[in-house]
Ligand binder design. Structure first.
Ligand code: FEO
Length: 394
């Protein structure tokens, strides 16, 4: 990627990672980008870096604008290594004594990741730093989504460098929202559902605080994906909606199967939900990635989970999904469990306990079938779907 001048004297010097398909367990079918920003003022500032293996590519991008040695200071908004991995190369190139601005937690975390003796300049929430004609304001966003996370706001240009927030795992020829249009929204939703959902309450508070502060934005520059400049309210409103976890009349029937009995149950339950007017989708864990399912969970009202019993336990893909979903803490869900079994049949009880632990409102008892469901049993599964639909309307 060439450096892009996003505003006068301000450049995206990041890189596009076209080929990544798994970002720590999140499927990235269209790659991602690691955005980093260079502000050329009386002082030259670099905001964030890129993944370690792309550090030289980023330095080449910078070199097309200025000699990297002329960078006066670096800002690290977030310690996670997709944004800090390039720091050792950058600091070595520009001079290890150059100031490195970060949050208090950022200083602690960067020391634990990298070099303990860099010239750390921990900043407080609201602290400002003049670059000459421009001013950076640092805004702590602790636990959004790491303890070290912060935003950097460029006051005169009204540009927010928002770290992971408002990002999307998407690499394409487009660089701005007006170049891609609504096609970017599913990527933004997936990013929110898989990275930020567990901090929904904090996200809402932060958005309220930003509104109270009266901050205006000409541009929001996340560290992943496209930059928002045309329709900024669209992504902010979406974040409010997603953080409120407002549910649609939508149910997911998530399952795995060994000999197609649990799959047949899933079809029948989905049919019962659909017959009751619910937008119902069966999702086979062997064919749909956990991160895509989580994107659908975000605005689903009911999450129905099915598993055969394997060696007295859940099927491994179902355990994997439940663990993943539990960590992301979705709220406001109705849950239900189902599954086939041979002789012991613990899976339905185990799913029920897991979903109760996530504070789902359960439709009980769950649906268990020994060996292969017959016509009457499939009818009972369909009725179970209707019962779940009734609970959704209650
Ligand atoms: Fe894109 Fe939390 O790192």
């Amino acid at each position: 990627m060439q450096p892009i001048e996003i505003a006068k004297g301000i450049y995206d010097v990041g890189v596009k990672d076209w080929n990544i398909r798994d970002f720590h367990g999140y499927s990235t079918y269209q790659g991602t980008t690691y955005n980093a920003f260079l502000i050329v003022d009386e002082k030259v500032a670099l905001i964030d870096t890129v993944k370690k293996e792309f550090a030289d590519q980023m330095l080449d991008n910078i070199a097309r604008i200025i000699d990297p040695k002329k960078i006066d200071l670096v800002v690290s908004n977030h310690t996670e290594m997709d944004h800090s991995g390039g720091l050792p190369r950058v600091m070595h190139r520009i001079g290890e004594d150059k100031p490195l601005y970060c949050s208090q937690m950022g200083a602690r975390n960067l020391k634990q990741h990298f070099f303990p003796n860099w010239n750390y300049q921990p900043v407080k929430n609201g602290e400002e730093l003049s670059l000459g004609s421009r001013t950076l304001t640092f805004l702590e966003t602790r636990m959004l989504h790491w303890p070290d996370s912060m935003f950097t706001y460029l006051k005169e240009d009204k540009i927010l460098f928002s770290s992971d927030a408002f990002g999307q795992h998407y690499a394409g020829p487009e660089n701005f929202d007006d170049e891609i249009g609504d096609k970017i929204m599913p990527h933004a939703k997936k990013y929110y559902a898989n990275i930020l959902l567990l901090y929904a309450a904090k996200t809402l508070k932060l958005l309220e605080k930003i509104t109270e502060m009266g901050l205006e934005f000409n541009m929001i520059c996340p560290d992943h994906g496209i930059i928002w400049r045309k329709d900024i309210p669209k992504i902010i409103d979406a974040y409010v909606r997603w953080s409120q976890q407002a549910a649609k009349n939508k149910a997911l029937v998530i399952y795995d199967t060994m000999w197609h009995s649990t799959a047949a149950m899933a079809e029948a339950i989905t049919g019962g939900l659909a017959a009751a007017g619910v937008y119902a989708i069966p999702m086979d864990l062997r064919h749909v990635h956990r991160s895509d399912i989580m994107t659908e969970v975000l605005d689903a009202r009911a999450v129905v989970v099915g598993s055969p019993t394997l060696n007295n336990n859940l099927f491994p893909t179902v355990s994997d999904f439940l663990t993943y979903m539990k960590g992301l803490k979705p709220h406001n869900k109705i849950g239900a469990a189902f599954g086939s079994y041979g002789w012991s049949g613990e899976a339905v009880k185990q799913i029920t306990e897991e979903l109760k632990g996530m504070k789902f409102e359960m439709v009980e008892p769950g649906m268990r079938v020994q060996y292969v469901p017959d016509k009457d049993t499939l009818q009972a599964c369909e009725d179970f779907g209707r019962k779940i639909a009734e609970a959704m309307q209650a």
